[in-house]
Design a protein around this ligand. Structure first.
Ligand code: NDP
Length: 313
């Protein structure tokens, strides 16, 4: 068991965490970053990334994360594999413990633990991940030009993803388990008026099929009623939009969270309710959830941490 002192501890390793490490290392805060159980975060489960500025020919999510990681290490960031399992934010310096029992004494903390897309829990989702199954239309929609895709969910995200895909794909099916959409009225109207979006109400997915790539979904309509009907829908892409869960269980009761569990930050800053603790990326953002916005907020958190430390001098 070791003990480390740092001016800035970063918890989490997506675009927000690595960018915070890049900026804090260049500001001589000698950051320590814990990568967590999915080094590189959600981007490492997407395929191509073509909308991150600076990559005119596109790149992969894994490569993009590796690039920012290396950039941070080049300026001295101490990037560690491992999980943070305990935080004590009751006084500064904060005491944080990792899964091997090592203690880190940190003058500031940046939380960038991200969010996890919810899945239906079908074994086939994992099998076809990146081979037809995706949880991000903005990331992967481009690969379905003139193809047939489905989006699962009836909230604003599902409607937004369906509309986005309807400008790329030939046919979009919105699979909604209830007989109504939960999305805002304006989004509902846009979806219902779009000629190439077909909403399948009262419909649930029971499985996916295909060979190497996804070829379709096994669906059931009006399950548990006399009108129950099973059918297969041929598809090239299957997008999940049934919500995200922010990875904040470690901070419950310590950091202010909103009703969905996202970290609440103050105004336009990344400051949380605890002085010296900042939050960046999807863990504090239910709205934009893009690699570039997460990276931008990682930069903001680094500047906020640096300014906070300067204000104490
Ligand atoms: P929501 O929780 O609003 O909606 C989730 C949807 O997924 C619901 O229709 C729900 O169905 C469905 N669902 C959940 N679990 C399953 C399941 N196991 N099988 C099938 N369907 C399932 O999540 P969103 O991500 O859409 O939105 C999150 C928040 O972000 C909301 O407050 C939303 O308004 C906001 N948002 C705002 C946007 C904007 O203003 N531009 C854009 C995107 C999101 P059911 O209704 O049956 O529970």
């Amino acid at each position: 068991m070791s003990q480390t002192k740092t001016k800035c501890l970063i918890i989490g390793s997506g675009p927000a965490g690595y960018t915070a490490a890049l900026y804090t290392s260049r500001a001589n805060l000698e950051p320590v970053l814990y990568e967590g159980h999915q080094p590189g975060g959600q981007l490492t489960i997407t395929t191509e990334v073509e909308n991150f500025p600076g990559y005119p020919d596109g790149t992969t999510g894994t490569q993009l994360m590796e690039d920012i990681r290396r950039q941070a290490i080049r300026f001295g960031a101490d990037v560690r594999s491992g999980l943070i399992t305990k935080v004590d934010f009751s006084k500064r310096p904060f005491i944080v413990t990792d899964d091997s029992g090592n203690e880190i004494e940190a003058e500031t903390v940046i939380i960038s633990t991200g969010a996890t897309a919810r899945f239906l829990g079908l074994p086939d989702e994992e099998k076809y991940m990146g081979m037809g199954v995706s949880a991000c239309a903005t990331c992967d929609g481009f690969f379905y030009r003139k193809k047939r895709v489905a989006v699962v969910g009836g909230g604003d995200t599902a409607c937004e993803e369906a509309l986005y895909l309807s400008n790329i794909a030939q046919d979009v099916f919105l699979i909604v388990r209830k007989d109504y959409l939960r999305a805002s009225k304006v989004m509902q109207r846009r979806v219902l008026e779009k000629p190439n979006i077909k909403v399948l109400f009262n419909t649930q997915t029971q499985g996916l099929y295909g060979d190497e790539f996804l070829q379709g979904a096994h669906l059931v309509e009006n399950i548990g009623t006399t009108k129950e009907q099973h059918f297969d829908l041929e598809l090239d892409g299957f997008f999940l939009a049934i919500g995200h869960t922010p990875n904040t269980s470690l901070f419950k009761g310590v950091i202010d969270l909103d009703e969905q569990g996202y970290i609440v930050t103050k105004g336009q800053s990344t400051a949380t309710n605890i002085e010296g603790v900042f939050a960046a990326g999807d863990v504090a953002d239910p709205n934009y959830r893009q690699a570039i916005t997460a990276a931008g907020s990682g930069c903001k958190a680094a500047l906020d941490a640096e300014r906070f430390l300067t204000s104490l001098e």
